[in-house]
Design a protein around this ligand. Structure first.
Ligand code: PLP
Length: 415
């Protein structure tokens, strides 16, 4: 049978897996422990035979979600976590050691930026670069560089890293290339298209999509041969060397660190994921319409959205993401408009953090997620005080435009 399309594959995944009663959803498995009638079998599973032992290392429900994410990412294996941050933490902490060097885009999610500061405290050197330009990544390379980390589309500035160029550079130098795909989702482009070694998705965002479950995932693309990576423990240097890195992430990240996704949340995320392509189509078209509307509004200074031709990486985004540009907009209001006052006038859009939800959400970024890091680091990351992060949902386009139009019209204007 030829391979089905993205959504067909997703919605028929579970019943094609020949579940016990022909269920169309993988059941929610609540068991903490898994019992065996043969002690040798129990030992074999502990020693690496596929199976379940203790739910901290996964259940049939999380495994089913992992298989779906692997298919969406066109990868070769996935490990899920309780949150996107747990997935990132597990990836960095299990693959990097004190004395290693990590190159990261300086345009990244605020909490990830904060996590990188924790890595520095543990003796892992971090260089932040403008990753929209592969030359800057190349300049930052050192003998002890092990990994390069970027976001596909950066949260919240929407910069699009030189994903292909960095993929080539990492391949040349044998570096692990970790791509956080949260803002683009596998529907805009699977990470292996950019030669990523590992792809991170916050499942709390577009993939789950309904604002009712947290989760994260690390997918391996099968493009990196871990034989060349010094930090793999002997215990995980077994079998196909393309799997070693993910095995170490699973063993150290789930078994030892314990940031495990529950079966209940895995079910919610799997059900949400069925409509990823449908929701993203609407989310992307709403974002483009809103970006176009706000771009020409006199009370708006600047709109950051890769779908606008003025965006510095518009062309590459159009090429790589098939003319779809995601749901995140950065909006800078004119200096004379009070940001808080304007937000308080919105009637439809919710004032809340989070993104990739069915509901449109807006947040004053510098005063919230990026507050703790202070003005200097914010400036480096390109987040001015009046920066609004808008994540479009699936509402009717006219309602969104009217809501922002009214809020801006009512905002006092000294321009
Ligand atoms: C939200 C987000 C994360 C963290 O995901 P959680 O599931 O909220 O922990 C990581 N990366 C990016 C780009 C995000 O937007």
């Amino acid at each position: 049978m030829s391979k089905s399309g993205f959504t067909t594959q997703l919605v028929h995944h579970d019943h094609r897996a020949h579940l016990q009663h022909g269920e169309i959803h993988q059941p929610i498995h609540p068991s903490t422990e898994y019992a065996y009638t043969d002690a040798r079998e129990l030992a074999a599973v502990f020693q690496g035979k596929p199976g379940y032992t203790y739910a901290r290392q996964g259940t049939p429900t999380t495994a089913s979600l992992e298989a779906k994410i692997t298919e969406m990412e066109e990868g070769q294996g996935t490990v899920t976590f309780a949150t996107g941050m747990a997935a990132l933490t597990a990836t960095f902490l299990t693959l990097l050691r004190s004395g290693d060097h990590l190159i990261s885009s300086r345009y990244i999610f605020g909490n990830t930026n904060s996590l990188l500061m924790t890595l520095e405290n543990l003796g892992i050197a971090v260089t932040l670069v403008d990753a929209t330009d592969v030359a800057q990544v190349e300049t930052a390379l050192k003998a002890n560089t092990r990994m390069v980390f970027v976001e596909t589309i950066a949260n919240p500035g929407t910069q699009v890293a030189d994903l292909e160029g960095i993929g080539r550079l990492c391949a040349q130098h044998g570096l692990v290339y970790v791509v956080d795909s949260t803002l683009s989702s596998p529907w805009l482009a699977p990470g292996r298209r950019f030669q990523a070694s590992l792809v991170i998705n916050s499942l709390s965002k577009h993939i789950g999509g309904h604002g009712n479950a947290l989760g994260g995932a690390v997918t391996q693309t099968g493009l990196y041969d871990w034989r060349h990576y010094p930090n793999i423990h002997d215990a995980y240097r077994k079998g196909d060397s393309h799997n070693w890195g993910l095995l170490q992430i699973k063993k150290k990240g789930l078994r030892d660190m314990g940031g495990t996704l529950s079966s209940d949340m895995a079910h919610r995320i799997a059900a949400g994921a069925e409509t990823l392509a449908l929701r993203m189509t609407r989310i992307c078209s709403n974002a483009l319409a809103l970006a176009r509307f706000l771009e020409q509004h006199p009370k708006v200074q600047k709109v950051h959205y890769p779908g606008l031709p003025v965006h510095p990486q518009h062309d590459r985004a159009a090429r790589w993401f098939g003319n779809r540009f995601g749901g995140l907009l950065g909006v800078e209001l004119h200096d004379s408009v009070d940001v808080f006052d304007c937000l308080n006038r919105l009637r439809v859009v919710a004032l809340a953090t989070h993104l990739g939800d069915n509901r449109t959400l807006v947040l004053p970024a510098a005063h919230t997620i990026y507050y703790e890091m202070g003005p200097e680091r914010r400036a480096l990351m390109g987040i001015p005080d009046g920066f609004l992060r808008i994540s479009t949902g699936i509402e009717d386009e006219a309602d969104l435009i009217a809501d922002f139009g009214n809020a801006l019209a009512e905002s006092p204007w000294q321009g």
